[in-house]
Write a protein that binds this ligand. Structure first.
Ligand code: GUN
Length: 282
């Protein structure tokens, strides 16, 4: 079997066209969706992600600004900034780019963002709402993955979804969303004893390992849908995923590329959440 490629880039473009219409409709009602991104320090990867978020917002008609703070910013000052943004009625979505410098408690920062403006979906209230199936901001990468599967009419009901990775940002929440779609979910991680015994049972395999090309053809069941969340920069500067794309595409039914796969969908779901924030939760 040769896999069909799920292009996140193409799907993202299509969804963003639909979002433009929604933003225009809001603008006519004198609501301009506004996203504020807070960037602390000068990590080059974070800077590049933030630029991508700004560009995508602009192209969709969403207004955005970036508050850049030095690495030396105190936790107290960052929390003060967030409180001000929580109070600012022109700001609909707040995103604090992670990771933060070591002297700042990340969880405290996440919990200081108003759940009404939590476009990352990282606040414990947002996570609790997601777990209990209420209206909320869904975390962007997991939500983007579900949208990619749905775009190809890949049914999740009763399917065995195996996730490699258990981060708060991707692994854990994508498992919850797959469960909400009626999949049977298995989580694998660095302490998992026999990884291949589990991944070879997967109808849907989500690779969120963070190591280049570690998922090989012999990890995959013939005909599986394989979603590669990895963003690994090789020494030659090239981006590559967690999945050995060339080998796995010969065995899978669907596969996502890197770049041009999950990445553009993450930003698109952030835009979706910003529009949702401007409209207000149910
Ligand atoms: N750093 C890496 N991914 C993300 C993300 O989705 N949101 C935020 N805020 N920071 C990140």
């Amino acid at each position: 079997m040769v896999a069909e490629i799920i292009s996140g880039k193409e799907l993202a473009q299509k969804l963003r066209e639909d979002m433009k219409v929604e933003v225009d409709r809001l603008r006519e009602a004198h609501i301009v969706p506004h996203l504020t991104v807070v960037l602390v320090g000068d990590d080059p990867a974070s800077r590049s992600y933030v630029r991508g978020k700004e560009k995508a917002s602009r192209e969709t008609g969403i207004s955005s600004d970036v508050i850049e703070l030095p690495t030396s910013t105190t936790e107290e000052d960052l929390l003060k900034t967030i409180h001000q943004l929580n109070e600012d009625e022109n700001v609909h979505g707040i995103l604090v780019q992670l990771p933060l410098p070591d002297h700042i408690r990340e969880q405290l920062v996440i919990e200081t963002i108003s759940p009404d403006k939590d476009v990352d979906g990282f606040h414990p209230i947002s996570i609790g709402r997601m777990m209990t199936g209420q209206d909320t901001f869904l975390p962007c990468t997991p939500h983007g993955i579900i949208q990619m599967l749905k775009s190809k009419n890949i049914s999740m009901t009763g399917k065995h979804a195996v996730i490699i990775g258990r981060s708060n940002i991707v692994g854990k929440p994508v498992g919850q969303l797959l469960l909400n779609e009626h999949a049977t979910v298995t989580y694998c991680h660095s302490k998992t004893k026999d990884l291949k015994a589990l991944t070879t049972q997967a109808d849907i395999l989500i690779a969120a390992v963070g190591k280049p090309n570690v998922i090989k053809a012999d990890h995959i069941k013939e005909g599986a849908a394989v979603i590669d969340v990895g963003v690994n920069r090789l020494e030659n500067g090239k981006l590559t995923g967690d999945v050995d794309f060339e080998a796995v595409k010969e065995k899978a039914s669907y596969i996502t590329p890197v770049p041009g796969g999950v990445g553009p969908m993450t930003i698109t779901m952030l835009l979706k959440n910003t529009i949702k924030a401007a409209e207000g939760l149910d």
